[in-house]
Design a binder for this molecule. Structure first.
Ligand code: G
Ligand code: G
Ligand code: MN
Ligand code: NA
Length: 248
């Protein structure tokens, strides 16, 4: 397929861009880190976002190459950030299904000079359906090295609560849909409270995603989300802009 061929060339030519979206502490409003989000400025198809790009890579047998490329670039960039900031990387089912996933990730971290204990891997719930036991082992290897594991898009798809028991999860990243209505709809607030009570009992940190208004931010903070991310704070930005943002 031509677009897969284009992707192979883009990887070689280093045309894959990473954007970084800031994350903030709910109490102090301090910048605490950023999530790396991949973009491909395709010459004919415009800008392709993360899920489209990852889908193309997967169907073209290039998922591992792309994931390695993203991790390497993001870690290299983050190595020059102020040494209090954390980096979050997105990880898919396919990445995790790879037998050498943990070793490769640890090698990339070591090569970058970025400390493992400032790295978070965001894993989508759906990503874990296949092969829970092996995924748990791989994640445990990474957790032992100090890497934190977050369940991404929590509340968006189906919640498999078994994951929370089986996997070495440190954090829940609440899907935007769980935050959207909390200021208007009592049911949304009730659901948020229930999830936060569970997270608290399990000792999990909670990150609110897709925060677009002050009301959403204040409610998320009041109810116990320690960290927030969303257009209210900042949109995903180029690496050089994030460096300026962090220094402001
Ligand atoms: O910001 P953006 O529209 O690119 O994000 C769309 C989706 O793509 C999100 O669900 C995000 O998790 C995913 N995504 C973004 N960057 C990456 C990446 O580097 N790796 C993987 N696997 N997914 C990503
Ligand atoms: O990996 P994840 O599924 O969490 O991907 C984050 C996605 O959410 C990215 O596409 C990012 O651009 C988008 N995003 C981040 N903040 C906001 C927000 O406040 N509102 C909306 N609508 N999207 C957001
Ligand atoms: Mn994510
Ligand atoms: Na998400």
């Amino acid at each position: 397929h031509p677009i897969t061929h284009d992707l192979a060339e883009a990887l070689v030519a280093d045309e894959i861009d990473l954007m970084f979206q800031p994350q903030f502490a709910s109490d102090s409003q301090a910048l605490v880190g950023a999530e790396a989000l991949v973009r491909w400025r395709h010459p004919n198809h415009g800008v392709l976002a993360g899920d489209a790009l990852v889908g193309i890579a997967q169907s073209g047998g290039m998922a591992r190459r792309l994931a390695r490329h993203i991790a390497r670039s993001a870690l290299r960039e983050a190595a020059s950030w102020p040494p209090v900031l954390r980096l979050s990387l997105n990880v898919t089912a396919m990445d995790l299904a790879d037998r050498s996933f943990a070793e490769e990730m640890l090698a990339l971290v070591a090569q970058s000079g970025f400390p493992a204990d400032r790295l978070t891997l965001e894993i989508t719930e759906q990503a874990l359906v296949a092969d829970l036991e092996r995924s748990a082992k791989r994640l445990a290897t990474l957790a032992e090295a100090g890497i934190r594991i977050a369940l991404d898009d929590f509340g968006a798809g189906f919640c498999n609560f078994r994951y929370l028991k089986t996997l070495p999860i440190d954090a829940l990243k609440l899907d935007r849909s769980m935050i959207e209505g909390v200021a208007q709809d009592k049911r949304d607030l009730a659901i948020l409270r229930g999830i936060l009570a569970m997270a608290d009992a399990l000792g999990l940190t909670v990150i609110a995603e897709g925060v677009e208004t002050d009301d959403q931010r204040l409610i998320a903070a009041r109810e116990g989300c320690a960290v927030w991310q969303g257009f209210l704070g900042a949109e995903p930005m180029a690496a050089s802009d994030f460096t300026l943002f962090a220094a402001r």
